[in-house]
Write a protein that binds this ligand. Structure first.
Ligand code: TYD
Length: 212
């Protein structure tokens, strides 16, 4: 049986990485992320997120994100799904639509075509959006801002609003969680949505320790 793909999305500092760990562990899923989960992706990630001397154009940024995703799908996601594993990915195509589309202002239709082509049309079974006020997310981030975080509050607000638009458009495949809640409460909300995907039958090792 083919595994399922769950994507976690949200602005920087929304807490999705913690939940990715918890969910992947509970599911016995492959836990992965974008950008940078493959050998090629590591180089792309540095180009994309390190502060560059020469500015990266917005179109180049979108293409590099898509290149990272194409390699990720081919090397990591599809092989795992085909072997029957579930996959939890920290970011996927909606990140490009939210950041490069709503954030940077690139054309939505063009980006849809780009990410559709990069992923050969592979869509998540469920996308979880971590909804958190931009200012709350900012206080949770640690370390120096990367190139994207350095864009500032107005940019991140456009990204956050864009995510909500995307979620509302495909409500049957998205779960929006209030990411200001406790780690435990958020984990439980996500787990309920995962169980509802197609009942316990669809989960690996039904009835074994991983499922409460
Ligand atoms: P990362 O350090 O992985 O941030 P986070 O922990 O918040 O996921 O950095 C990823 C950054 O890249 C983040 O600011 C979002 C941005 N990004 C895009 O702009 N477009 C994309 O398609 C992807 C995958 C990420």
């Amino acid at each position: 049986m083919r595994g399922r793909l769950i994507a976690l999305e949200g602005i920087d500092g929304c807490g999705k990485s913690t939940q990715a760990r918890i969910l992947a562990e509970r599911l016995g899923a492959v836990s992965t992320f974008e950008p940078g989960a493959t050998a090629l992706g590591k180089s792309l990630r540095a180009l994309l997120l390190d502060r560059q001397e020469a500015p990266v154009s917005t179109r180049a940024e979108a293409l590099l994100m898509a290149a990272d995703r194409a390699q990720h799908v081919t090397d990591v996601i599809v092989p795992a799904l085909e072997s029957g594993r579930w996959v939890v990915t920290d970011r996927y195509s909606p990140s490009t639509l939210a950041y490069q589309g709503f954030g940077r202002g690139l054309d939505r239709e063009a980006l849809e075509a780009l990410v559709g082509w990069a992923t050969a049309g592979l869509r998540p079974d469920l996308t979880v959006l971590f909804d958190v006020p931009v200012l709350v997310a900012a206080t949770r981030r640690s370390g120096e801002d990367d190139r994207m975080e350095a864009e500032g509050e107005a940019f991140l607000q456009r990204v956050a609003d864009g995510y909500l638009t995307l979620a509302a458009e495909s409500a049957e495949r998205w779960l929006v969680v209030d990411a200001t809640g406790t780690v435990e409460a958020i984990a439980e909300t996500i787990w309920e949505a995962v169980e509802a995907l197609d009942g316990l039958d669809g989960l690996p090792n039904p009835g074994s320790g991983g499922i409460r």
